[in-house]
Ligand binder design. Structure first.
Ligand SMILES: Nc1ncnc2c1ncn2[C@@H]1O[C@H](COP(=O)(O)OP(=O)(O)OP(=O)(O)O)[C@@H](O)[C@H]1O
Length: 320
């Protein structure tokens, strides 16, 4: 049996109700549980595993997916159900980059019947994330305004300066350590991607893969003049391994130590940390995703849900 965990905000949407009824009519063994507040989705996901459900579908935005992931990670690995996603948020960064359908009927079909693939899950101290954690200026701005980091970095230099002034921006000094290196850096932005995008389409770590055992890191150092800002933005396009302001690398863990708080967004959820440790748990979850998924390194997916070929073909056709 599959459990659909629906964010209460989306539970009464007619398209969602219709999708659930239609899938049951077509033979799906689907139970629905609705959340009321923070923490419900994680608890319901954990319970689903303990009750022997084979698949759990997170129906909501990136926040709901993150909660469900955290619930599943409380279970022993062998008891974790396959994770499906019914994207019902405003950003849906993970679902979009996985190439999942976004309309409820197709999305539920996909969540129910797509084959599962082993994916890595990252952990920041005691919180898991599947997609991305960003820190620094972007996290500060995007957690309190709808303005995306992409627009700020990609727009005119004056809009970026304006935003920096409006936020009375101060850089975030600290020491970043990872498997192969260490930097004392004054951070402007730090992105740690298991997936490729966050904040509603910001592709901060475009080469990241969910099943490579590694995090893709984008480190952007602080700049102090317009000339340096221009260099920084050019480097953001070129993505050098080690530029003057921008560094990109892959690692299985990273630690940040600092004197002050660093604002973070973890799978879209805001938090603040003085320092933190992030590491990757390789192959920790099974995720329902299209076969030709840009976020997965190519190796054969494991099909865990036994359904008719018609369903697999139908879903794959919509996503290829
Ligand atoms: N019944 C409910 N009514 C209102 N809020 C709820 C309800 N149930 C859960 N929540 C809250 O919804 C939030 C998660 O929402 P959602 O999944 O849309 O995430 P999101 O990060 O806003 O998504 P996205 O960035 O993709 O738009 C959680 O903070 C949770 O506390």
């Amino acid at each position: 049996m599959t459990r659909l965990i629906l964010n209460g905000q989306a539970a009464q949407l007619p398209q969602v109700r219709d999708a659930v009824f239609a899938s049951r009519e077509a033979g799906a063994d689907l139970e629905v549980h609705v959340t009321w507040e923070d923490g419900d989705a994680a608890r319901l996901a954990e319970q689903a595993g303990r009750a022997g459900r084979s698949r759990v579908i997170a129906g909501g935005g990136d926040g709901t997916v993150n909660e469900v992931v955290n619930g599943l990670m409380r279970l022993p690995r062998e008891r974790r159900p396959v994770l499906g996603i019914l994207p019902l948020g405003s950003a849906n960064d993970l679902a979009t980059s996985l190439g999942l359908p976004l309309m409820p009927a197709e999305a539920l079909e996909a969540a129910l019947y797509l084959p599962s693939h082993s994916v890595d899950v990252a952990r920041l101290d005691d919180r898991y994330f599947l997609n991305m954690t960003t820190g620094g200026f972007g996290a500060e701005v995007t957690s309190s305004t709808p303005k995306s980091l992409k627009r700020l970095l990609g727009g005119g230099a004056y809009s970026l300066i304006g935003a920096l002034k409006a936020w009375q921006y101060r850089p975030y000094p600290g020491r970043l350590s990872w498997a192969e290196g260490q930097r004392d850096a004054s951070l402007f932005v730090l992105a740690m991607g298991n997936g490729i995008q966050s904040g509603g389409g910001q592709r901060l770590t475009p080469e990241a893969r969910l099943n490579d055992g590694l995090l893709d890191i984008l480190l952007v150092r602080d700049f102090t003049s317009l000339r340096e800002m221009v260099t920084m933005r050019r480097e953001l396009l070129d993505r050098p391994a080690r530029g003057e302001f921008v560094e990109t690398f892959r690692t299985s863990w990273v630690t940040f130590e600092s004197e002050g708080d660093l604002p973070l967004t973890l799978d879209g959820e805001p938090l603040r940390r003085r320092g933190f440790h992030v590491e990757i748990d390789t192959g920790a979850l099974e995720l329902a995703a299209p076969r030709e998924c840009p976020l997965l390194e190519r190796h054969a997916p494991r099909v865990t849900e036994s359904r008719t070929t018609r369903h697999h073909e139908g879903v794959d056709a919509t996503n290829s």
